[in-house]
Write a protein that binds this ligand. Structure first.
Ligand SMILES: Nc1ncnc2c1ncn2[C@@H]1O[C@H](COP(=O)(O)OP(=O)(O)OP(=O)(O)O)[C@@H](O)[C@H]1O
Length: 461
């Protein structure tokens, strides 16, 4: 989303996209170390064969390797998505993370406690205190009202009626189900039932939520709504979420980081942008080919260094020289600390130079489109179409970080390089005044013809 700059105050340059402040990463919520899970005959032998380099497909028919050598850490407060096709080992992995399955080899640590090999009672305790599950098919109790479903976990824990109802009510409000407390699950749509599932998990007040294909049974529109709500909830509540999905777009939208699984192995762990822009192998590259890039890539990931920048204090002559050297009709104007103030046009500046004016601020225009570094590409299309200049990318302090020419945006959306060897691509608006006219004007109005760079030194760079 973009903002028209009406006045040169920092607030008004700020785009309406909220600046997301990442939750501070404090510690590790879940750690998996060398996890293997083999089913069928001689599981230990299976692990040994795999360790010795055997391929999963080369194992005897009665030996199945569901998870092979999985190691990763999930940080507190992050959404960690495990993504892979059916049979890649996601469910087996998540079951080892919450202690429902004992690994054949390797260890799982939850909130600082190694749960592998823990006696069942102790394991239940760690789980109750730290981990809640949200399932694909909601798993609600059909004859209990919404509020009693949400409060069920608290009831099992022996929390008194008043208190558990109060807590359940608060959570029901958070997931947007106010007014539905007394309905039965069967009276609710699928999306609402999954909100109840989510509310039940949240009511348990554990730090870690495990969500196994939690939105896969929902209609596409509801599913997207739930994804958006989950991201909001996470930002609000700071939960650690481990989310399993076979849907890459869902993984890309939700995940702070994604583990991509194939045939039991984790083949890449990275942020959505890393996976999209730097796939670890051909498999991942093929996989991400059809991803909705507009929803994943951010302005910061595709922007280019701004070339046509002038410092307000450098004045009109420097601005004109910069535009002449770059053969552009406009330049961004920045103040101290690279704060974006607006844009100047060559016609206005050459008039100033002819009149020997020295205050560039008199011709700074504020009608440029500035976008937040965190904005998704989908939010930039409209602004880019409307803007004659490349979009300016700014941070939360309105510092100019870079620019996105329209061609760059289109190339990023289409996953093709922005530069071709044969066709030179013009990224700045072409000059409207011939170079020799500018040069003559600069000469006629006196002063040395040094490059603009020298004047910019220190104030911009
Ligand atoms: N209890 C079991 N006994 C034997 N093999 C199993 C068992 N559970 C899973 N497997 C096998 O392990 C492999 C991984 O299965 P898993 O269910 O973990 O994959 P998944 O990625 O979750 O797939 P899906 O999305 O279809 O659930 C598969 O080949 C599966 O057949």
């Amino acid at each position: 989303m973009s903002d028209r700059i009406g006045h040169p105050t920092p607030q008004q340059v700020l785009p309406s996209v909220p600046v997301q402040i990442p939750a501070p990463a404090v510690g590790v919520a879940v750690r998996a170390e060398g996890l293997y899970k083999a089913f069928g005959r001689k599981p230990l032998d299976t692990v040994q064969r795999l360790r010795a380099g055997a391929d999963r497909s080369a194992l005897p028919a009665e030996q199945t390797a569901a998870v092979i050598d999985a190691s990763f850490e999930v940080k507190r407060g992050e959404i960690f998505v495990v993504m892979g096709l059916s049979g890649s080992g996601k469910s087996t992995l998540i079951r080892m993370l919450n202690g429902l399955l004992e690994p054949t080899s390797g260890t799982v640590e939850v909130a600082g406690t190694v749960i592998t090999g823990l006696p069942p009672k102790k394991l239940r305790e760690v789980r109750r205190e730290n981990v809640s599950m949200v399932f694909q098919h909601f798993a609600l109790l059909p004859h209990r009202s919404v509020i009693d479903n949400v409060a069920y976990g608290l009831e099992v824990q022996g929390v008194p009626l008043e208190e558990r109802r109060a807590r359940a009510n608060t959570i029901i409000g958070i997931v947007g189900l106010d007014g539905w407390q007394d309905k039965l699950p069967g009276q609710l749509s699928g999306g609402m039932q999954q909100r109840v599932g989510l509310a039940r998990a949240l009511a348990a007040d554990t730090d870690i939520l495990l969500m196994d294909e939690a939105f896969s049974a929902l209609d596409p529109l509801i599913r997207r709504e739930m994804q958006e709500q989950l991201v909001e909830l996470q930002a609000e509540l700071g939960k650690t979420i481990i989310f399993i999905t076979h849907d890459l777009n869902e993984a890309m939208f939700l995940g702070d980081r994604i583990a991509v699984m194939r045939d039991g192995r984790i083949v890449q762990i990275g942020t959505p942008e890393e996976i999209l822009t730097d796939p670890a192998n051909d498999y991942v590259a093929q996989f991400v080919q059809d991803v909705d890039r507009a929803r994943v890539l951010t302005a910061a990931s595709v922007m280019e260094p701004a070339r046509a920048i002038v410092s307000l204090s450098a004045g009109p002559r420097a601005a004109l020289r910069t535009m002449r050297d770059l053969q552009t009709s406009a330049a961004y104007v920045v103040g101290n600390g690279r704060i974006l103030l607006g844009v100047v046009r060559d016609r206005d500046v050459i008039r100033q130079v002819k009149n020997r004016e020295t205050d560039l601020s008199l011709v700074v225009r504020h009608d440029l489109s500035a976008v937040n570094a965190d904005s998704n590409l989908s939010e930039l299309v409209e602004a880019s179409v409307e803007s004659a200049l490349p979009l300016a990318v700014i941070d939360e302090r309105t510092r100019l970080l870079g620019v996105i020419p329209r061609v760059t945006l289109l190339a990023a959306l289409g996953n093709v390089p922005a530069n071709t060897s044969e066709i030179p691509v013009m990224i700045d608006p072409p000059a409207t005044i011939p170079v020799d006219v500018v040069t003559e004007t600069l000469l006629a109005t006196g002063g040395p013809l040094e490059t603009a760079d020298a004047e910019l030194e220190g104030s911009v760079r």
